[in-house]
Design a protein around this ligand. Structure first.
Ligand SMILES: Cc1cc2nc3c(=O)[nH]c(=O)nc-3n(C[C@H](O)[C@H](O)[C@H](O)COP(=O)(O)OP(=O)(O)OC[C@H]3O[C@@H](n4cnc5c(N)ncnc54)[C@H](O)[C@@H]3O)c2cc1C
Ligand SMILES: NC(=O)c1ccc[n+]([C@@H]2O[C@H](COP(=O)([O-])OP(=O)(O)OC[C@H]3O[C@@H](n4cnc5c(N)ncnc54)[C@H](O)[C@@H]3O)[C@@H](O)[C@H]2O)c1
Length: 471
């Protein structure tokens, strides 16, 4: 039996950060990993997807500037794009990250970990042997999520793609159907269309990116259509059938044929087989936590959960943030050090509730932080949405001919601070952190008026937003 101060289940970006912070706080830490150290993000999500998208964005930007446009004469080199993607996915080998774990002073235990009652984890190695780990202070569940695929007739035999295949495929399908209208669906439709696939996007609802400001999904839909994607709304897939190289989807409107079909229909927490029942929790459900990361359904304060698995914000940067905060909390509690649990204190992940930033790497990019107008209203705030056409900003018109984009600031009228900001347009991803700082710091609009954006940059939209607000 091995004893550590802390046992972390899952070495994705969240588990790695949590373990490192707890170790920096003085704890001995074992990290259990069943697949690749680095998690979904490194091999089947953020890194390979952005590596697929970046060449498309670079090419599209050049074609929007007269003079540069003429120099872009051919399509993307798909083989080169896939090879660059492979490198960003470290060729699906985790030696580099495993070395980092060792260099950070953490103990890596390979195998599938399961809770086995209070502060006990049983790890099943690939050869079937078992190793029991006990934790003197805490166990942190950082097992992430898996793709959620609907249970449709025929789907089990149709070799459908999930986000894993969509980010790691070795060849460009001639025809790709994508089911879903969320972030994975629109990013992967963008990437594979740019690589040459004929893409049909089947969306159950009435708009893309339904969790963001409505104009974001509308602008992305327009652009996908302009690029040749067949975007269909109000379509539900009821059946899937594969016959050799062709997969047929049955919908209410008829059938759609493709060579591959991606189901980008959300995520499910990776908790079905981690022994949650042995500690009184329900397998398959997210592990709900308070702002210090402690599981609310388990007495004794020894179980924590961070990252995708707790369902607070399914984003790498937010999981890493929780990892930093909760790792320090675990170390502080173990050492008897006082916590600071007031909002925005060092022992709480307050930003999860008010200021989650996200970039959707479509063309145009969508960059958003905090609350949408409707979310702010529903939360009881008296708010105003301040909108501005990004194409009217000098820096944007220099950036691209016929620049199309829009910005929205959601202002709390009682306190005159920002509750949320959304930018849609080429090159806006790098503007987002300015908005995140303003939302987190609750900078008054009166003071933001004095934050002068450099001319002529796209950031000048900040000035235009405040001019519009002041009238
Ligand atoms: C296609 C796609 C693109 C994305 N792009 C972005 C992006 O651009 N930016 C962004 O911020 N987010 C993005 N995300 C979301 C991001 O991937 C996740 O938020 C992030 O990976 C969560 O990190 P995590 O450490 O919580 O979980 P994961 O990355 O899922 O890691 C969990 C780890 O736990 C291991 N594990 C699970 N169960 C066990 C067990 N029982 N025993 C041992 N180990 C176990 C897994 O093998 C895995 O290594 C994307 C997601 C997808 C699907
Ligand atoms: N750039 C980024 O930051 C990035 C990129 C990709 C993913 N992610 C994160 O990963 C998470 C997962 O993304 P996702 O796109 O898989 O999930 P999502 O929840 O964003 O979107 C899933 C969509 O599928 C639809 N859907 C669900 N079941 C369906 C069905 N049976 N038929 C048709 N449609 C169905 C839902 O209505 C929803 O719109 C998200 O939280 C996202 O933020 C982030």
């Amino acid at each position: 039996m091995d004893e550590f101060d802390l046992v972390v289940l899952g070495a994705g970006p969240t588990g790695e950060n949590l373990a490192e912070r707890a170790h920096a706080g003085g704890l001995s830490v074992a990290v259990v990993e069943s697949e690749l150290v680095g998690g979904e993000c490194s091999y089947w999500a953020c890194m390979p997807s952005k590596a697929l998208l970046r060449p498309a964005a670079a090419r599209a930007e050049a074609t929007r500037v007269a003079g540069a446009r003429e120099a872009v004469t051919g399509p993307l080199d798909a083989a080169a794009v896939l090879a660059r993607r492979d490198a960003f996915a470290s060729h699906w080998k985790d030696d580099g990250q495993a070395d980092w774990v060792a260099s950070a002073g953490l103990t890596l235990v390979r195998g599938h970990g399961r809770l086995d009652g209070e502060r006990r984890v049983v790890v099943e190695a690939a050869d079937g042997t078992h190793r029991v780990l006990t934790a003197r202070h805490a166990v942190a569940v950082c097992t992430g999520t898996r793709a959620a695929v609907p249970d449709l007739p025929g789907i089990a035999d149709a070799r459908v793609w999930t986000s894993r295949e969509a980010t790691s495929a070795k060849a460009v399908p001639g025809r790709l159907a994508v089911v879903g209208g969320g972030v994975v669906a629109v990013e992967m439709a963008t990437a594979w269309r740019a690589l040459g696939s004929e893409v049909t996007l089947l969306v159950r609802g009435a708009r893309l990116l339904p969790k963001l400001e409505p104009f974001a999904g509308d602008l992305v839909a327009d652009s996908l259509r302009d690029s040749g994607v067949d975007v269909r709304f109000g379509v539900s897939v009821t059946k899937v059938h594969r016959d050799g190289g062709t997969v047929t989807l049955t919908t209410g409107d008829g059938t759609v044929e493709a060579d591959e079909v991606l189901f980008a229909t959300g995520r499910t927490p990776a908790t079905a087989d981690i022994g949650l029942d042995t500690v009184g929790l329900t397998p398959g459900r997210p592990v709900e936590v308070d702002d210090t990361g402690a599981a609310t359904g388990v007495p004794g304060g020894w179980l924590y959960a961070a990252g995708d698995v707790n369902g607070r914000a399914l984003l790498t940067h937010q999981g890493k943030y929780q990892g930093r905060v909760f790792g320090a909390v675990i170390a502080d509690r173990a050492a008897g050090r006082a916590l600071d649990t007031t909002d925005w204190g060092r022992s709480v992940a307050t930003a999860d509730r008010y200021a989650v930033p996200q970039v959707v790497f479509t063309d145009p990019e969508v960059a958003a932080v905090g609350r949408t107008y409707e979310e702010a209203r529903a939360a009881g705030h008296r708010v105003r949405a301040v909108d501005y056409d990004l194409g009217s900003v000098a820096g944007a018109s220099l950036y691209a001919d016929d620049y199309r984009g829009r910005a929205r600031a959601v202002v709390d009228l009682d306190r005159e601070v920002l509750l949320g900001v959304t930018f849609v347009g080429a090159g806006v991803s790098e503007l987002l952190h300015s908005a995140t700082v303003a939302v987190v710091a609750e900078v008054p609009v009166a003071r933001l008026w004095h934050a002068v954006p450099a001319y002529p940059t796209i950031s000048e939209v900040w000035l235009r937003l405040w001019e519009t607000y002041r009238g």
